[in-house]
Design a protein around this ligand. Structure first.
Ligand code: HEM
Length: 532
């Protein structure tokens, strides 16, 4: 063996099938260098990840919270049915974060930080960077895809820009007529409950009304309910859920829903291409009181579909938005536009049923604004004049915010007064608890619409802007809040003009849970009697 030949190279060189020294020198070092580089890269990545994670753990564990177990953290605490889980989330501030309004919980190795303090909420929601929704919204994706509500930050900005003009006040004023028309249908349907002394759940009636307003198609109702039911009651992990019968049924419903949305898009596009719709879009129809177009007719006109027109126009023949993109937004508006509003209307009606004197004051205001005319539908201007009714709706949303919990996955650090929330944290804003801060709303459990009367301005003007956020706040706030607020007013005014409402259950006996929207187990039971 010559000097310089290693045992290995000389062994390799022996035998007829073995590699030559040159082959070896050419091939082995290359692969091994590649392997070595990959290995070092992997180790560096893991080291960086572990360092980031260690930092996350260090900061999160400075936040008060329940004692944790190794690996599973507080998973046992979270593993509860939906009512109990909601209870525990609400109780967490009292138990661990009373002073600061901030609590941490470990779901296994994933940290959640529950926040119910206005200054901290502002730091998160006002950020233009921390706009990612996080994993907890993924259950909506089979239906909504990555529409505005669920879209990742990269996609969201462009979509939001396209959709914002949809809620221009001129377009809103067109909807007043639709609100009134559907409220009348609701009032007629409620008549069959007049003799029901035990009371009935008002949520279902109101949800159907709200759904009719947003869809404009009665045949959609059953389907929407079914899909919503399946989504929100699915506690099983995705992989297992896919093997169930329930998943197959969900797929069938989703297929029908998606087909409906696609058909709507195709039909609307052909109307636009025929040149009929453009004029509709451009007409200023601010005056909604004179022409009463039939609701069925308006489903193919500009009223419900103003936002669809905008999307089709912005799609640039599929170059900017595909039909799937448009369908995601249509579905997002159908969901975002009906459940939240229906929840708000139902809770306000129920609350008014617990306070007869407040209810009578609302009615007096309506009669005053309508000049004693009990039949005519209110115009947009008249609805805007119903300030006390507005305060009742706002107070209803304070006590029972339609969306009681908002989530964000932090993509950059957030520095609070006493803590640092590192990137990677799941921030959970507990709106339900935020709205009950006694420092902001004295006697917070009381239904007191005066909180929102401008006359009591010394309180409301001093209020922290993020202490009351039923529509969220910051760049990713609710795009449809004016629509929702106006709809709530129109529907409530119609029902209250015709019926006196009485709550059957006491508020303290309700069992609440968050199922995307805030619900009461067994619904919200009321009794109605006809007004003279
Ligand atoms: C009383 C009625 C309503 C309430 C209380 C409400 C509440 C909210 C809240 C709290 C959010 C933020 C959700 C989050 O960050 O997780 C939100 C977002 C949204 N809402 Fe509403 N909403 C209402 C009505 C409506 C209506 C009528 C529409 C559409 C017609 C609508 C469409 C949306 C959409 C598309 C988003 C996502 C916005 C984005 O991420 O840019 N909402 N809503």
């Amino acid at each position: 063996m010559a000097y310089g030949d290693s045992l290995l190279t000389s062994t390799i060189g022996a035998g007829s099938n073995s590699w030559t020294r040159q082959q070896f020198m050419e091939s082995v070092p290359k692969t091994s260098v590649l392997l070595l580089v990959s290995f070092i890269f992997l180790v560096c990545c893991m080291a960086a990840y572990l360092e980031r994670y260690r930092r996350l753990v260090r900061h999160i564990n400075c936040i008060p919270g329940p004692a944790t177990l190794p690996i599973i953290g507080n998973a046992l605490l979270i593993n509860a049915d939906r009512e109990e889980l909601f209870n525990r989330i609400i109780a967490s501030r009292k138990l661990y974060g009373r002073r600061q309004g901030i609590t941490r919980i470990w779901n296994g190795l994933t940290p959640y930080v529950l926040i119910s303090q206005a200054q901290a909420v502002e730091k998160i929601l006002s950020s233009t960077k921390n706009i990612e929704k996080g994993r907890d919204y993924e259950f909506l994706q089979p239906w909504l895809g990555t529409g505005l509500l669920t879209s990742p930050a990269s996609k969201w900005q462009h979509r939001r820009k396209i959709l914002t003009p949809t809620f221009h006040f001129r377009i809103l004023s067109d909807f007043v007529e639709v609100f009134n028309k559907q409220s009348t249908v609701l009032v007629e349907k409620l008549a069959k409950e007049l003799d029901n002394v035990d009371g009935f759940d008002c949520v279902r009636y109101i949800t159907l009304c709200s759904l009719d307003i947003i869809c404009g198609m009665a045949s959609m109702r059953k389907l929407q309910w079914d899909v919503q039911f399946m989504h929100s009651n699915n506690p099983i992990p995705n992989l297992i859920f896919r093997c169930t019968q329930q998943y197959q049924e969900q797929q069938k419903c989703l297929d029908i829903l998606h087909k409906f949305s696609y058909r709507m898009i195709t039909e609307r596009r052909s109307i636009i291409q025929g040149g009929h719709a453009k004029a509709d879009l451009l007409v200023d129809t601010n005056n909604n009181s004179d022409t009463v177009e039939s609701f069925e007719h308006s489903t193919t006109g500009r009223k419900q579909l103003a936002f669809l027109d905008l999307l089709i126009e912005a799609s640039d023949g599929g170059r900017i938005l595909t039909d799937t993109d448009i369908r995601e937004e249509v579905d997002t508006f159908i969901l975002g536009g009906h459940d939240t509003t229906a929840t708000s209307i139902s809770w306000t009606l129920f609350l008014l049923g617990t306070e007869p004197s407040i209810q009578e004051r609302v009615l007096q205001e309506i009669e005053h604004v309508m000049g004693g005319d009990s039949e005519r539908w209110p115009t947009m201007r008249e609805l805007n004049e119903m300030r006390y009714l507005e305060a009742c709706i706002k107070e209803g949303l304070r006590l029972y915010p339609s969306i009681p919990i908002i989530g964000r996955r932090l993509t950059e650090d957030v520095r609070l007064t006493d803590h640092l929330l590192p990137a990677g944290t799941n921030a959970v804003i507990v709106v339900y608890q935020l709205h009950r801060d006694p420092a902001v709303f004295p006697n917070p459990e009381r239904f007191n619409p005066d909180h929102f009367l401008t006359d009591a301005s010394d309180v409301s003007t001093k209020r922290h802007p993020f202490a009351y956020i039923p529509f969220s706040a910051g760049p990713r706030n609710c795009i449809g809040q004016k629509f929702g607020a106006l709809e709530a007013k129109a529907v409530l005014a119609s029902v209250l003009r015709r019926y006196r409402v009485e709550a059957v259950d006491r508020r303290e006996n309700l069992t609440l849970y968050g199922e995307l929207v805030l619900r009461s187990k067994g619904g919200l039971k009321i009794r109605i009697t006809k007004r003279k």
